[in-house]
Design a protein around this ligand. Structure first.
Ligand code: ATP
Ligand code: MG
Length: 307
């Protein structure tokens, strides 16, 4: 996350296109807002367009505006979101959901910084920075033919990849405390003192499929309902309390075409070692304890595997 923030700091001043990808709930929108706020465009609008929430036949007019009479119901000419973002940042959220015809028009916008409103043959020039976000794997979408390759390369100038929460487990406690403080303030439950170490441990070890968004919800619920003065394991959702460290293994799937057992096991092993290192801030003694191996073995494994 520090690397991501450093990247944002480095590219904020320019107007280059930035693509933010990562699983749902990892904070992509916050990153885009931070980028805009750090840029010289901060005093100009940040206009977000949720490409997945607008009906397919309206995306184009929503983005580029339309002329009077351009389609049934277009009683008056209307400005689009691109025009609203003039001088500022246009944030194309859920860009992976864009219908193919609009992808073409977006390409022109990105290449020439110009567009034509729907039903209007005029060309309009614009001065915007484009930032796009998606929780889809765009490279994969390109390969499957669902996303235009040329558009992908236009968006993929600076690519910020936001990691899943479980891959930055040392953030969990910090974020939990952050949400604890803000929720306590909002709810007025100032008698609450914090989490028990058991509750923190469960949260740190959890997989967090819903990422930061889910963590925020879990903390909020605990603050509202927990009897206090400390929030305990009992104040966390039952599914979290019952999660065993082997939860992942139980979910392991055997694909139709089979797998290579050795490399699958190796991947699983690497994942656990990485997690133990992450959780302990790369303290090899404590990581070795967590994994039930001795320190020398762990050091040797880390070296051999290049972890
Ligand atoms: N580092 C962080 N600090 C504080 N709050 C965060 C952080 N990261 C995420 N959040 C919070 O988590 C929630 C989800 O973040 P956000 O909406 O940015 O997710 P997203 O990556 O856009 O997800 P999706 O792909 O589902 O749209 C928000 O309420 C956001 O405020
Ligand atoms: Mg989002």
């Amino acid at each position: 996350m520090r690397e991501i923030l450093a990247t944002i700091g480095r590219v904020a001043a320019s107007s280059c296109t930035v693509l933010v990808t990562g699983p749902s709930g990892t904070g992509k929108e916050l990153i885009v807002a931070a980028l805009h706020d750090a840029s010289p465009r901060a005093s100009q609008p940040l206009v977000a367009v949720n490409c997945g929430a607008i009906p397919e036949n309206l995306v184009e007019s929503e983005l580029f505006g339309h002329a009077k009479g351009a389609f049934t119901g277009a009683h008056a000419a209307r400005q689009g979101r691109v025009a609203a973002a003039e001088g500022g940042t246009l944030f194309l959220d859920e860009v992976g959901e864009l219908p193919a015809p609009v992808q073409v028009n977006l390409l022109r916008l990105l290449q020439q910084r110009e567009y034509s409103p729907v039903g209007d043959s005029r060309t309009v020039k614009c001065n915007i920075r484009v930032v796009a976000a998606t929780n889809r794997d765009l490279e994969q979408e390109v390969q499957n033919g669902r996303f235009r390759e040329d558009l992908f390369y236009r968006l993929d100038v600076i690519h910020v990849r936001v990691p899943a929460l479980r891959d930055r487990a040392s953030d969990i406690e910090l974020l939990a405390m952050h949400f604890f403080r803000t929720c306590v303030e909002k709810s007025g439950r100032t008698e609450l003192q914090g989490f028990t170490s058991e509750a923190l441990e469960i949260m740190t070890g959890y997989e967090w499929p819903g990422n930061v968004r889910a963590l925020e919800n879990v903390v909020e619920r605990a603050v509202l309902l927990g009897p206090g003065p400390y929030l305990t394991a009992d104040d966390l959702p039952p599914r979290m309390r019952h999660e065993l460290p082997s939860g992942r293994m139980a979910a392991a799937a055997l694909p139709e075409g089979g797998i290579d057992l050795r490399s699958a096991v190796e991947l699983y092993e690497n994942e656990l070692i990485r997690k133990a290192l992450e959780k302990t801030g790369r303290n090899k003694n404590r990581a070795a304890q967590l994994l039930g191996v001795n320190r020398t073995t762990l050091v040797e494994m880390i070296k051999r595997k290049g972890l």
